[in-house]
Design a protein around this ligand. Structure first.
Ligand code: FAD
Length: 237
């Protein structure tokens, strides 16, 4: 029909994370506040902060879905591979968390059963704390006093910047929306009329419009449909 189509790519999806270090065992854990930074091909960086959910295939939740919306095109042209860095405890600066964890060396407590106070205050999941310790090969029965400063510093760093490889997205057709579609420059956005073909209208997802979660995609479909209908009614009356 002579209209330019911006290459369609899926948007609003979850990320697949390979199961290195027993990630799947954490499925079901959620964090109310997590800062997620995605580095896609060519070094493009995307950042979102909010609730994050660990699933049996990777990560999901509002922060991840929003990240996928902004990074949809960069990820799509990079076979859905990227690096994801999670700050699991964004409320506490890294220096503060490191000194707090180092101070715990004075305790005789078992490392797996004692969370740093600042993390306890944020209801940090105990299983996730155990995962961070296991990543440093700390035995389950180890006491804080037996651990080296270097190891504890690494635990704090991991908590603030957990690097995970993204190797794919959630299943095809489980994405919520399409990024790309009819080029907006070729549509009159006041009436949704095609600027190229008389009598042709566009509305909804067929257009190169996509939004984050929160009803923006529905709103776009309803609004563009309403505008097209209104103009069409004016024409025929
Ligand atoms: C699982 C899921 C959850 C979502 N959740 C949200 C949300 O919470 N908030 C939000 O804002 N958006 C959400 N979306 C996105 C939202 O549903 C879409 O953006 C919106 O429905 C697009 O409206 P549309 O009318 O353009 O297209 P559609 O709703 O896809 O409607 C197109 C219609 O055209 C019909 N059709 C297709 N081909 C033909 C043909 N050749 N002849 C006749 N009929 C045809 C289809 O059967 C369909 O009924 C979600 C999407 C999915 C998949």
């Amino acid at each position: 029909m002579g209209h330019t189509i911006v290459d369609p790519k899926p948007s609003l999806f979850t990320f697949k994370i390979p199961d290195n270090g027993n990630w799947k065992a954490l499925a079901g854990i959620s964090l109310q506040d997590c800062c997620c930074v995605l580095t896609a091909g060519g070094g493009a960086k995307f950042e979102q902060r909010g609730p994050m959910l660990i699933t049996h295939w990777g990560v999901s939740g509002p922060a991840i879905l929003k990240l996928s919306a902004w990074a949809a095109r960069a990820l799509g042209s990079n076979s859905y591979t990227a690096e994801l860095n999670l700050d699991l405890c964004p409320q506490v600066p890294v220096e503060e968390l490191t000194s707090e964890i180092l101070r715990m060396k004075k305790l005789k407590n078992k490392a797996f059963s004692s969370l740093p106070l600042s993390m306890k205050e944020t209801s940090f999941p105990r299983r996730l704390w155990g995962y961070l310790l296991s990543r440093q090969k700390i035995p389950e029965d180890a006491r804080f006093s037996e651990l080296k400063d270097k190891t504890l510093r690494k635990v704090a760093l991991d908590c603030k910047r957990l690097a995970l490889p993204v190797q794919g997205k959630g299943p095809f057709k489980e994405e919520f929306v399409t990024s790309g579609g009819v080029d907006l420059r070729e549509v009159d956005l006041k009436t949704m009329r095609s600027k190229k073909i008389n009598g042709l209208y566009f509305g909804g997802e067929v257009l190169n419009i996509d939004g984050e979660t929160g009803g923006f995609n529905f709103q776009s479909a309803w609004t563009s449909g309403f505008l097209a209908g209104k103009d069409l009614a004016k024409r025929v009356s």
